[in-house]
Design a protein around this ligand. Sequence first.
Ligand code: HEC
Ligand code: HEC
Ligand code: HEC
Length: 135
Amino acid sequence: MMRVARILAPALLTLTGGIALADDYPQGCVSCHVATEQQDMRLNVIFDHIEHSMAGQRTLLIPTGCARCHADEKGVGGALSKLIHRSHYTDPVQKKFINEFNGDCVSCHKMDTDTGQAEIRSGKRNWQLRILSAK
Ligand code: HEC
Ligand code: HEC
Ligand code: HEC
């Protein structure tokens, strides 16, 4: 009995933790990718790291605006879903996304209960546009 409780407890914690935290990211990407005292995780900073073109930083609605180039495989940047699913569910990123941020499907998606359709959460970029930029 003791053993079962010990196995179940963390599982339940993870489950309820994930559900409770889902509403902490009402706008998806930009609700989680923020600047804190410890770390600036905003996507404009990440774009610099991965050397994405300025088009990333110039996008207003994240991630819906990215569809201009990432709507599907035929877009110049490829399908965003694949890029984003892979990066958030692959180590070492996965560890951080899941273990530190309690991230799961509903961190980025939401359910429209009227239509029964899963949608992507979206929000305005949370950085200033750099008009003059060296890169
Ligand atoms: C619950 C939090 C959370 C949400 C929501 C989230 N991310 Fe992330 N994302 C992370 C974490 C954590 C990392 C890893 C960052 C690190 O290692 O410093 C990451 C990494 C990334 C990276 C870098 C991947 C790489 O290859 O280095 C990109 C790009 C990214 N996220 C884009 C997005 C986009 C676009 C969305 C919305 C569709 C999104 N993220 C939603 C937490 C989140
Ligand atoms: C003007 C077109 C354009 C826009 C707008 C754009 N991208 Fe991209 N993106 C690209 C291209 C081109 C690549 C490179 C594809 C390749 O390497 O085959 C890319 C690559 C990426 C990658 C993979 C980088 C890597 O090194 O693994 C991520 C993640 C990404 N884009 C996220 C985004 C997000 C999020 C947005 C919206 C905020 C966005 N992009 C807006 C064109 C665009
Ligand atoms: C870090 C953000 C993020 C997380 C977490 C995430 N998704 Fe997505 N997902 C996306 C983005 C971005 C798209 C592309 C949306 C668009 O183009 O409108 C997408 C698209 C999709 C699609 C439609 C396109 C496709 O790939 O077939 C499905 C289905 C989907 N996601 C399922 C899931 C499921 C199931 C989970 C949990 C296991 C999940 N997603 C977790 C960001 C995320």
